[in-house]
Design a binder for this molecule. Structure first.
Ligand code: ZN
Length: 405
């Protein structure tokens, strides 16, 4: 009897595992339509990020505008495996709120994205679902501040308002539950792309685990605490993944959501919310402590693509591929063999007659700090190039001194 029972368990486990790996296994719904953020940009970005996994087919449900009739907003939550909240606006109808709570209570997955933790300050159950929230008159009445200080979890009942951030900047994200399926296999710390660092969030924090934090530096008008960035919450039978990162404003580019750390944790968090497991492999471009890595246009960019774009660069084009290349250089900066391999590829561009002078200028600037003796003959040759002699002289000047040329 006992044996048969174990076999059944094994089969059940196998079945769940299989169902997690099927392509387009899950239906995701992004709820948006009102926000103090640029929701018309962020919702398609989140859809792209989810659909890329090939695990999700993603729909977007858009509410009426703020002065519209919210009774018309009645998404069929129960048809989905995960609902992503990208919304910070007026209250939904009682019927829609009840449908959402029924969905979560019955095991529906939820992803709370960035400003969604500002939303619905007066909705008690929503605050339990998000764990921690900010702004919109939240205060000690809504629950404690929760953060880390000197690597200790602090539940702080001090009075005060909730929600703050300093100017946007790149910051280090540190895993606190590195063995959680969402973080398992990722570096224990990585640099995050330029973003707001949400701080002083407070809320019921029931059934909540903090997976990762970021230090809010007082030099950036921060709290001097390690603030929660990634959280999981359980509510009823539902699993919730909450990311406080990913600000999308009116700017043309969105480094917070182009950041590979954001993209990958969002994808893994959504899968975990949908099925309680994560089957996605860790991508090779995942950042470490050396520097953030962005995916321009949300695609994985190869080194060859970076080099090709830089070879064809003219000053009217974006330098984002250079930024990507700089990330790669920083990542291997402690490895002389890998650095030399990169240097060889950069020198090949300098030697390529069809590469643009503007592109070569970018390369010369990089070589000024990372070049070795290998690049010297090629850089010296460029002293004879009318277009590049100044840039080449600059590089040679910079390479003097510590390198003893
Ligand atoms: Zn924001």
């Amino acid at each position: 009897m006992k044996k048969r029972y174990s076999l059944l368990l094994l089969l059940a486990g196998f079945f769940v595992f299989q169902s997690c790996q099927e392509k387009t296994a899950y239906k995701a719904l992004i709820v948006t339509g009102q926000s103090n953020h640029n929701w018309s940009a962020s919702a398609p970005i989140l859809k792209t990020i989810l659909d890329q996994t090939e695990l999700f087919t993603t729909d977007i449900a858009q509410t009426p505008p703020e002065n519209g009739d919210m009774k018309n907003f009645r998404p069929k939550f129960k048809n989905y495996n995960v609902v992503v909240i990208d919304y910070n606006g007026v209250s939904w109808s009682e019927e829609t709120k009840a449908a959402f709570l029924g969905y979560v209570n019955n095991g529906g997955g939820v992803v709370i994205y960035h400003e969604a933790d500002n939303s619905f300050a007066d909705w008690k159950e929503y605050n339990e679902i998000i764990g921690l929230g900010g702004w919109n008159k939240r205060s000690e009445k809504d629950g404690p501040y929760v953060y880390y200080k000197k690597d200790q979890l602090v539940v702080d009942t001090a009075a005060g308002s909730a929600g703050s951030h300093g100017p946007q900047h790149e910051y280090l994200v540190k895993a606190r539950k590195a063995d959680h399926p969402i973080l398992s296999g990722l570096p224990v710390a990585w640099m995050h792309g330029k973003d707001e660092l949400y701080s002083t969030l407070r809320g019921p924090a029931k059934n909540m685990e903090i997976l990762a934090t970021a230090y809010a530096d007082t030099a950036k008008r921060g709290t001097g605490r390690d603030e929660p960035m990634l959280m999981t919450i359980t509510y009823g039978k539902g699993r919730i993944f909450h990311t406080a990162m990913g600000h999308v404003g009116k700017d043309e580019t969105h480094p917070a959501t182009e950041c590979v750390g954001f993209i990958v944790t969002f994808q893994r968090g959504a899968e975990w919310a949908a099925c309680g497991k994560v089957t996605q492999p860790i991508p090779l471009d995942f950042p470490n402590v050396a520097g953030s890595v962005l995916r321009p246009d949300y695609k994985i960019v190869t080194l060859d693509e970076d080099l090709e774009k830089i070879s064809n660069y003219t000053i009217d084009k974006s330098t984002r591929y250079l930024t990507d290349l700089q990330g790669r250089i920083r990542k291997v900066s402690g490895d002389p063999v890998a650095m030399l391999e990169l240097e060889k590829k950069l020198v090949a561009i300098l030697q390529n007659p069809s590469a643009t002078p503007d592109g070569k200028r970018l390369i010369l600037r990089e070589l000024a700090w990372m070049g070795s003796d290998y690049c010297l003959p090629t850089v010296r040759d460029l002293l004879n190039d009318m277009n590049l002699q100044d840039a080449a002289a600059f590089t040679l000047e910079r390479m003097k001194g510590p390198r003893k040329i």
